[in-house]
Design a protein around this ligand. Sequence first.
Ligand SMILES: CC(C)(COP(=O)(O)OP(=O)(O)OC[C@H]1O[C@@H](n2cnc3c(N)ncnc32)[C@H](O)[C@@H]1OP(=O)(O)O)[C@@H](O)C(=O)NCCC(=O)NCCS
Length: 283
Amino acid sequence: MDVTSLGLRTNLMIVTLAGGQVEDRGEYVVARSPDNPTFWWGNFLALPRPPQPEEVSGWLDTFAAELPTAAHRTFALDSVPEPAGGPATSVLGTATAWQAPWTSAGFTSWSDSVLVAESVREPLHVNTEATYRPLASEADWAQLVELRCANDDDHEPAAYRVFVEASVRGIRRMVADGHGQWWGAFIGGRLLSTMGLFTDGSGVARYQNVDTHPDARRLGLAGTLAYRVGRWGLAELGARQLVIVAEPTGMAIALYRQVGFVDAEPVDQLEKAPPGDAPTPAP
Ligand SMILES: CC(C)(COP(=O)(O)OP(=O)(O)OC[C@H]1O[C@@H](n2cnc3c(N)ncnc32)[C@H](O)[C@@H]1OP(=O)(O)O)[C@@H](O)C(=O)NCCC(=O)NCCS
């Protein structure tokens, strides 16, 4: 299967760099992250087109056979290239009828936006108080785990921590192997905003997990860090194209556009959480 979508291609790139496996089965691609089995988007199937209603149960069987220990279900859909070589389009946007059987089977479907930049500029609000640097010490990595856990309110906390800890081990492996860096904005030694940038040496580098601690939002930290990391990626990581993925509406995408990213294409996903995955109810 030839993967067209830049978002999907760079997802698969990150899975591989973090120690997982990507296997092309011809009809589909399977991504596996044996060191992080509960990472939904590290253990998924990529499909070339939206499945027809009669194909849904077959794909569910294929998922179960390929990823037998996974409790979640995740399918990425490749984008549809325009016939005249124009930008790829969302399969979710072009047809909706095929989604009904997935919804009935408990899936949610959505499109994220893939943005690209070949240069970056400073955001409107530059934060000059923070120190911006790659994470280095054990204490830095421990702070990353805490920040990412503090920033999540969608999942069951203990299970989410297991996922984040495994994810950070994968990140450290990518850093140790020289594929990129994980950056932080620190004030008074405290990690308050963070993101990674990694490449396989192809000239394309993908941003990962932009997070600012809930106590430190709207201080200009993520914008300034995204700019600094982009500048570093283009000057020192050997990247010619920076790629970032965001929800199509909201603060994050506006921020990325502010530092110079432009919308390239959508990337479509289908996801079903494992049973029992929910935030802890407020006491
Ligand atoms: C999205 C997120 C990373 C933004 O982090 P942040 O550090 O608050 O971002 P910034 O402070 O750089 O910018 C946020 C907004 O505050 C504004 N801002 C920053 N400093 C400001 C200041 N001194 N005065 C007024 N506005 C300011 C920015 O302009 C921006 O608003 P705009 O896009 O409308 O212009 C953060 O909200 C977050 O972690 N959210 C949860 C995780 C998430 O959604 N991540 C993104 C995944 S794609």
